[in-house]
Design a protein around this ligand. Structure first.
Ligand code: BES
Ligand code: ZN
Ligand code: ZN
Length: 478
């Protein structure tokens, strides 16, 4: 999808069709009103209608901003894609209201995305062009162009991440993720360090190392850094990059294993965020740390009953090899805090628990941490980005569930109660005292992947966490 701004009046722009957003029938000509009434055009449900004789494409929306506008653009573009049409024009002013460029772009670009790489018969790839007339805009042209550039960069990162998540595990393993990190680094002027298993062993990262032991693919610790001049502060992003989670010896059921290629979504989100910082002129130093590992079975697999020593010296009794994400993150969190001093914000992203889906559903990111202020700040970013978060509260009683008879803590509690929160509290054991209030754990198990399309997400990976975090970072820049 190609989106351009034009200073020309709408009538002077050549295109196959004009897209008209209808909030109220009154803005239309009498003839058009009659036509839409005749077909019972629904003004509330992002209904679409193509008037082929006048080359006008109507789409309804009861509100002209935020999620409504994005869903409206998504509905229009998905319907237009099925027609034999290449160029679309749209007036930035609709129903006397000026639309937001970023909302148009998110709805159109994210709504248009489909993952077709593995289809043998591909429909002809159509490169749609959307020309937005800004002739009547009250904003200055430079600002509008900046908004366009930023939202194109954000949405292309989201779509890149969706494709990474959707790629099957045979074609996407830790080394593939490391190569993607290198590519992103060279395109954005980032530093990129990749460590293999020898480093993990030498540096006491036994929790992470053991999870990947039975895989034929070597685990990779990925460290990307974005370092602008005179940085205002430091942000650390840690991602769970399980390129496949079979459950290990505590093997998942057949049905439970399907879609576990999505277990790399946290690490992939970190790649997407790192890929956008330069375009947003981010003023903070940002580190992206990803534990890329495959959790498999075999004679060399780590076992329930093993005791692992993490990088910070804490001992962990393995009670379930399917609670592997927290083992990988434990060492990655330690690595991050050993390598980086004076952290201002530390967020981790992980498809960590099925319990998060039970608690919050398939759309909402479970958000945990010790600072109410920081959680409120993240809630604000959720409200403006359109991503959904739900706060899951820590309390003083739950940590007792992590007690082990043989080691410091267990990796999986005996009760299923508060499964997402006890996972978050497990990670808390690897957050240094000085960073407690700077840390948030984002469980994206539900929001990262869905086989039933919802909103402007198609089948598969959604790119959860990227727009949320970039919105958080943009607010810090202001
Ligand atoms: N990757 C899974 C969590 C998950 C489930 C992600 C569904 C996306 C969709 C994680 O590694 C896992 O298996 N967690 C276990 C933890 C349990 C053994 C304590 C779970 O949720 O069942
Ligand atoms: Zn697992
Ligand atoms: Zn997992």
């Amino acid at each position: 999808m190609n989106i351009k701004l034009s200073k020309k009046d709408l009538k002077n722009i050549n295109s196959d069709i004009e897209l008209v957003v209808v909030k109220d029938l009154k803005i239309l000509s009498k003839k058009e009103q009659k036509l839409l009434k005749k077909i019972s055009f629904d003004l509330k449900s992002f209904d679409t209608y193509f008037d082929a004789s006048n080359n006008k494409f109507f789409v309804s929306s009861s509100k002209l901003k935020k999620e409504d506008l994005k869903l409206c653009l998504c509905s229009a573009i998905r319907a237009i894609k099925k027609l034999n049409i290449k160029t679309i024009k749209l007036d930035l002013i609709q129903n006397e209201k000026e639309l937001k460029i970023s909302e148009i772009v998110e709805g159109a670009v994210l709504g248009e995305y489909e993952f077709t790489k593995y289809k043998s018969k591909k429909e002809e790839e159509k490169d749609l062009e959307l020309i937005v007339s800004i002739s009547k805009s009250k904003k200055d042209e430079e600002q509008l162009n900046k908004d366009l550039k930023e939202s194109l960069s954000i949405t292309s990162s989201v779509n890149m991440v969706r494709s990474i998540i959707n790629t099957p595990p045979e074609d996407y393993f830790p080394a593939t993720m490391a190569n993607d990190a290198k590519k992103i680094a060279s395109e954005n002027g980032l530093e990129c360090i990749i460590h293999g298993e020898e480093y993990l062993i030498k540096n006491g990262m036994n929790a992470m190392f053991n999870v990947g032991r039975a895989s034929r693919h070597e685990s990779k610790l990925i460290h990307l850094s974005y370092k602008p001049k005179d940085a205002k502060g430091k942000i650390v992003l840690v991602g769970k990059g399980l390129t496949y989670d079979s459950g290990g010896l505590s093997l998942k059921s057949g049905a439970g294993m399907v879609s576990m290629k999505c277990d790399k979504s946290g690490g992939s989100a970190v790649l997407g965020i790192m890929n956008t910082l330069k375009a947003l002129n981010c003023e903070y130093e940002v580190h992206g740390i990803i534990g890329a590992v495959e959790n498999m079975i075999g004679g060399d697999a780590y076992k329930p009953d093993d005791v692992l020593v993490a990088k910070n010296g804490k001992t962990i009794e393995v009670r379930n090899t399917d609670a592997e994400g927290r083992l990988v993150l434990a060492d990655c969190l330690c690595y991050a805090q050993d390598e980086i001093e004076d952290i201002d914000y530390m967020f981790d992203y992980a498809t960590l628990t099925g319990a998060c889906i039970v608690a919050l559903g398939n759309e909402t990111i479970g958000t945990m941490g010790h600072s109410d202020k920081l959680k409120a700040k993240m809630q604000k970013a959720a409200n403006s980005s359109g991503e959904l978060i739900g706060i899951l509260p820590f309390n003083r009683y739950l940590p007792a569930q992590l007690k082990s008879g043989i080691a410091d803590i267990v990796n999986s509690t005996s009760s299923r109660a508060a499964g997402s929160i006890t996972a978050g509290l497990f990670l808390d054991n690897f957050v240094k005292k000085e960073n407690k209030k700077k840390w948030l754990h984002l469980d994206i198990a539900g929001a990262a992947y869905s086989e039933s399309p919802w909103g402007y997400n198609s089948f598969g990976g959604t790119g959860a966490g990227i727009r949320l975090t970039l919105d958080f970072i943009k607010k810090l820049n202001k």
